[in-house]
Design a protein around this ligand. Structure first.
Ligand code: ATP
Ligand code: MG
Ligand code: ZN
Length: 334
């Protein structure tokens, strides 16, 4: 176990859980300050509930049973009154519950004494410093916006017979299916290719978010950082247990996302690490998503044949076309 990473994540989870709880308490207090009648009803509810519980313990004779029934009727009436008052201000009891990130473990990190997938993912994030994966709160299938893609066909400009909108619609469907088929041996890996600002990283984040939601473990890393890390590890003399685990995870996680392939400066050590990743993961049927500005022809030119041949055989190539969304956004904000 990566004890230092584990302890760090454990601490973060405690803090996160306490925040959720104190937020919930503060929210309730504010609502009560503005609606004192609610607090009064709750006090009554608590008193009657306590009486009722006591009376249940000692309900040996008939008169007690009658008393008990009366209390229960009263309790029901108070609860209805409370819910009604809440409804008038647009709330339900659920709004007073803490808002945990993970509904499976309520941010405890454990379910039935087993580590929750959210905790495992957080340990991966922590050891890989995956800053990009924190974006999945904003970049996911729910926030995906088709509005940036033109519905106009222009074969001369885009080089395909479809509009960018039709094209991205198809790719989005492939991406969604992929995120739900990580264990399926018949599912191919994905290669996103296309020029800058067309939404490749965005869609990669959508897939990561969807996979994590299903309890899958995901590593996201850009090619230059990933390959540097791997080569450093290879040449390191004294490897710690946690370094070894981190390295092994690259081959083991359910989904490995390598972003910006082609921006790294290659050398033979990096070629062999890249080949090692592709080969090992393909053999183990572990899915890979690669995103690049290079065209398949450029990949063929810049990488070795044994690497290129794997892209052709085992990857579904998704070609992004359209306008640079970064520029579109800039224009829109002016
Ligand atoms: N479908 C989408 N809906 C909303 N915003 C999007 C969408 N796709 C991309 N964006 C936004 O557009 C910008 C560029 O997208 P992104 O970073 O994914 O492009 P890219 O293809 O990865 O570019 P590069 O090749 O330079 O890495 C980002 O700010 C991103 O949030
Ligand atoms: Mg990108
Ligand atoms: Zn959890």
């Amino acid at each position: 176990m990566q004890s230092s990473v584990f302890r760090k994540v454990e601490r973060d989870f405690n803090v996160k859980r306490q925040h959720a709880q104190s937020d919930a308490r503060n929210f309730k207090k504010n609502v009560y300050d503005e609606n004192p009648a609610l607090e009064e009803i709750e006090t009554k509810i608590n008193m009657v509930a306590l009486k009722s519980a006591k009376s249940r313990i000692f309900s040996d004779d008939l008169s007690r049973q009658v008393e008990q029934e009366k209390l229960e009727v009263k309790l029901e009436k108070l609860n209805r009154e409370y819910n009604e008052k809440l409804k008038q201000i647009g709330l339900t009891r659920e709004d007073f519950e803490p808002k945990y990130d993970c509904p499976k473990c309520n941010d405890t990190g454990f379910v039935d004494n087993k580590m929750c997938s959210c905790f495992n993912q957080e340990m991966i994030n922590e050891s890989f410093k995956q800053s990009n994966l924190s974006k999945i709160k904003e970049e996911n299938f729910e926030t995906f916006d088709f509005g940036y893609y033109s519905s106009t066909n222009n074969k001369d400009k885009y080089g395909i017979d479809k509009s960018p909108l039709e094209n991205i619609d198809g790719i989005r469907k492939i991406a969604f299916k992929f995120s739900h088929s990580l264990d399926d041996p018949a599912q191919k890996n994905l290669l996103f290719t296309g020029s800058t600002g067309l939404g490749k990283t965005f869609l990669a984040n959508c897939i990561a978010a969807e996979a994590i939601k299903q309890g899958k473990a995901v590593i996201y890393q850009t090619a230059p950082i990933l390959l540097d890390k791997m080569v450093d590890y290879k040449f390191k003399f004294n490897k710690t247990e946690s370094e070894r685990e981190e390295y092994d995870k690259i081959f083991d996680v359910d989904l490995l996302i390598i972003d910006d392939l082609g921006t790294e400066s290659m050398n033979s050590a990096k070629f062999s690490e890249l080949f090692n990743i592709l080969n090992t993961r393909l053999l183990k049927n572990k899915k890979i998503l690669i995103s690049t500005n290079l065209t398949p022809q450029e990949i063929k030119r810049e990488y070795e044949e044994r690497i290129f041949s794997r892209f052709v055989g085992d990857f579904l190539i998704c070609r992004f076309v359209g306008e640079d969304i970064r520029l579109l956004k800039k224009k829109l904000s002016k």
